[in-house]
Write a protein that binds this ligand. Structure first.
Ligand SMILES: [Zn+2]
Ligand SMILES: [Zn+2]
Length: 429
């Protein structure tokens, strides 16, 4: 009998090539799925067998595919090293250290990533400042799947992939991408963060089927690098500390590349660093095969989205600005009343500004004159006044003698120095 069993075992081993331990531990089903954990993966991902990782405060330091069997609560954050892929298996990774980055993938995480194959529910409560705080018992913000609570710093050299992960409850810098490679976020949700950004992309990133909403940040997504999107993308419903819409912020002339077609429920609210005017719209995307403009919205009501040539989505001004004041003229005069043809050197002078108030406004406004040296502010002076509507007046703003050469003079009308909302088209000498 004994011999028969061992023969059978030998036979089974030969047939299945299963390690002996797998047979001995018949209750342990191997943890297998693709990196994206999708049943209908269209990306040719291979099915991997993931090894159990039981630590409660660290990630593996050897390349491989692992799944968490516990939540990871860390003081100093955890690091994903080159070649490590983690299935969070519905768990959370959270930093409890003050100001700590919860998860880093640096330095030189050539190929690494995170995924989740579960629909585990985590609950959060919203703090007064918009931050979502883990509250598994009675939180009313529900997150489906694994969550990383806190900032992430990604510095992949080649490719960092993140599938099915929630990045929630960070009051720092959000997900900060600082890589020479590419980062892919697929089916991820970034919500309930209240730092400077939920996603700060200073290096290339692609978003597929991602939702970024309910963050209270300076801007939820700040882009100053290559930025690709596809599928169902929501980047709307984020506000800044003043409660103003602040969603996708395109800086340094960056545009959105629609790498895969956007699906029906996409919703992208956008602003640009450059200021659009009626004649000079700002490109939001590159050229497209179809009109995607309906998916985009302007964060600022002074601007609107249009579909430009080659289906480039653009931001343009809604109406030419009408200001309550017009600056009629700007003259440079001496204390004796003589007019200068050009900006005098080695002496102080007076800037004479002639203004008409054309629209009703109450209260005092600021009539400002600024002197510049090649764009650098040298001096600034102002007069505060409340004019009757429909009248013009001239004011003389004294510019003291300056050691720095003055290359140009500008005049503005503002509501206040702090807010600096323009009340007139500026004038320049
Ligand atoms: Zn896949
Ligand atoms: Zn898994």
């Amino acid at each position: 009998m004994k011999k028969r069993i061992s023969t059978l075992l030998t036979l089974l081993l030969a047939m299945s090539l299963l390690p002996v331990t797998a047979i001995a531990r018949t209750n342990d089903k191997p943890h297998t799925h693709t990196i994206c954990a999708k049943a209908d993966c269209a990306d040719n991902h291979e099915v991997k067998t993931w090894t159990a990782w039981d630590s409660t405060d660290a990630l593996p330091n050897e390349a491989g595919y692992y799944y968490l069997t516990n939540d990871i609560i860390t003081e100093n954050g955890v690091n994903v090293i080159d070649g490590v892929y983690i299935c969070l298996n519905g768990h959370i990774i959270q930093s409890v250290g003050k100001g700590t980055v919860t998860l880093t993938a640096t330095p030189a995480c050539d190929n690494c990533g995170l995924t989740d194959c579960t629909d585990t529910v985590h609950k959060f409560s919203e703090r007064e400042d918009g931050l979502w705080v883990l509250n598994e018992n009675s939180g009313d913000k529900t997150v489906m799947g694994a969550a990383i609570i806190g900032s992430m710093l990604i510095a992949s050299d080649n490719m960092f992939e993140m599938y099915n992960i929630n990045a929630v409850g960070d009051d720092g810098a959000g997900i900060f991408l600082y890589s020479r490679g590419n980062v892919l976020l697929e089916n991820c949700m970034l919500a309930g963060n209240n730092g400077s950004h939920a996603l700060n992309a200073i290096s290339p990133v692609e978003l597929r089927d991602c939702t970024i909403f309910k963050n209270r940040c300076d801007s939820a997504v700040r882009v100053s690098s290559e930025f690709k999107i596809g599928g169902a993308i929501t980047i709307c419903g984020n506000v800044n500390a003043d409660g103003k819409s602040s969603n996708l912020e395109l800086r340094e002339g960056r545009t959105v590349t629609i790498a895969e077609p956007l699906s029906e429920y996409s919703n992208i609210c956008v602003s640009t660093e450059a200021v659009p005017t009626i004649g000079n719209p700002i490109n939001i995307t590159g050229a497209n095969g179809e009109d995607y403009s309906a998916y985009f919205h302007s964060d600022n009501e002074d601007y609107k989205i249009i579909n430009g040539e080659n289906n480039v989505v653009q931001l343009t001004e809604v109406n030419p600005k009408t200001y309550p004041y017009t600056i009629n003229s700007l003259k440079l005069v001496s204390a004796g009343g003589g007019e200068y043809d050009e900006i005098p050197t080695n002496t102080g002078f007076i800037v004479d500004m002639d203004v008409t108030k054309i629209a009703e406004r109450s209260g005092q406004d600021y009539f400002i004159v600024a002197a510049y040296d090649d764009g650098t502010l040298v001096s600034l002076n102002y007069i505060k006044a409340d004019l009757p509507t429909g009248t013009s007046f001239s004011c003389g703003v004294n510019m003291p003698k300056s050691d720095t050469p003055i290359t140009n003079i500008k005049a503005f009308v503002w509501d206040a120095l702090g807010t600096a909302a323009p009340l007139a088209q500026s004038a320049e000498i």
